[in-house]
Design a binder for this molecule. Sequence first.
Ligand SMILES: [Zn+2]
Length: 455
Amino acid sequence: MLSETFLLEKMAEITVSESDFKERGIAETDDSFKYAEEEVTATVQAILFKGGFCDSTTGENSFVCLVLDRTPFYCERGGQKSDQGEIRARDGAVLSVLDVQSVGGYVLHYGTVDGCFVCGGEAACAVEKERRAALRRGHTAAHVFDEFLFQEKVPRSDFSVVVFPDQIRIEVVKRAWTRDEIESAEKHMEEHIKRNLRLETEIVPLEEVLQRKDILSVFEEKYPKSVRVVTILGVSSQACGGTHTETTGELVDAVICGEKSLSGGKRKVTVAVGKKAVSARRKEREIEKYLQEEQNEDVLSKLEKYLKDEGGIPVGSRRAVEECLAGAKKRRAREEKERERAGIKDLEQKCLEIISSDEAVFVFSPPLSRKETAICLSRCNEKNKKVFLIQKSEAGAEYSISLGESSQGVGEKIKEKYGGRYWGKGCVSGMLSGECRPEEVARFVKDVLKQAGSL
Ligand SMILES: [Zn+2]
């Protein structure tokens, strides 16, 4: 399967205009079969690849565009994505139809071909029914959602809808949706689904359409002389050329799965229906279960994965997961701080033990590594500043200093003389001196402190 971007690139390579067909005397495609969904036998009128028109497909032109005299395929229009499916030639060649567009009255079937199609040859066209059914559900959902926006007094010019299989995306000029608004939109959809309302289609003269007050709006901007009007019985009518379900009940469920900001003060709302809605509800239940469980790392990482599922989980679940993960992050930071505090306390306690067990205030402890020959700790309070430079030599505690100089001050002086690195603030700080003998550092510190008048 081609990725969407790759598909669009491939399609853009095949450039053609309405006049190109007209110049070749090619008749427009009869697409009146598009609502029936039955297999249609058609004649290949034109074959296009990125080099232009050709008489037949070859192995080298695997991505092509076919134009037929008739088609059951619904092309992308009115914000509804196109059908997909297969076109099969008599001799077994197959075009996997990935996208269908139109130029004037010509329907273009884009896809990858296996085998040889020839102009003038017969082909059987079959629309992929599952996708079509999902698009129909999406399209009916668009009508129901439109009606919600009309009720909310959102002008037609302030929103647009794109229909995907089992999903609609609405772009609307609006501030962020509140929880209540999302709930009432979902409720509106759910009520229409529960009522299982019938949809009916009629062809109405344009003059009548323009006079009828019950027709909400038109999906397409061009008004033909006769307009196809689709009515959700007892609810609303819209002029629309799209494919719909027979009842609103076919939508099964509707879930708002996305709500985010776009540029220009717009919001994008994603609504899942049909199979996508069922899947979103299943994930909603899973998330609820995980949220109740002990919030261990395993559960958190599972929850994190749901956030990557854009458009696949209910907005409410997404918010709950985000809140849970933010809470966990805060908790982790707090715990980390507590551990750090406990570690410092522990270290202080150990220092104090060494100090009190020995008369030493200045004690040597084992080097942390070959280069780290000294560790300097200070405990500060307002009345009495003390610096403990602690390093234990084989002989045990050797020096004892109590002073008024800050640990930073001593640290800086050691750094000046021996190099190395000094760090720390608050009640604990440390000094890693360069290459020097601990005893030498100790003597130096003693001198520094003497000068400071502490000894
Ligand atoms: Zn419609």
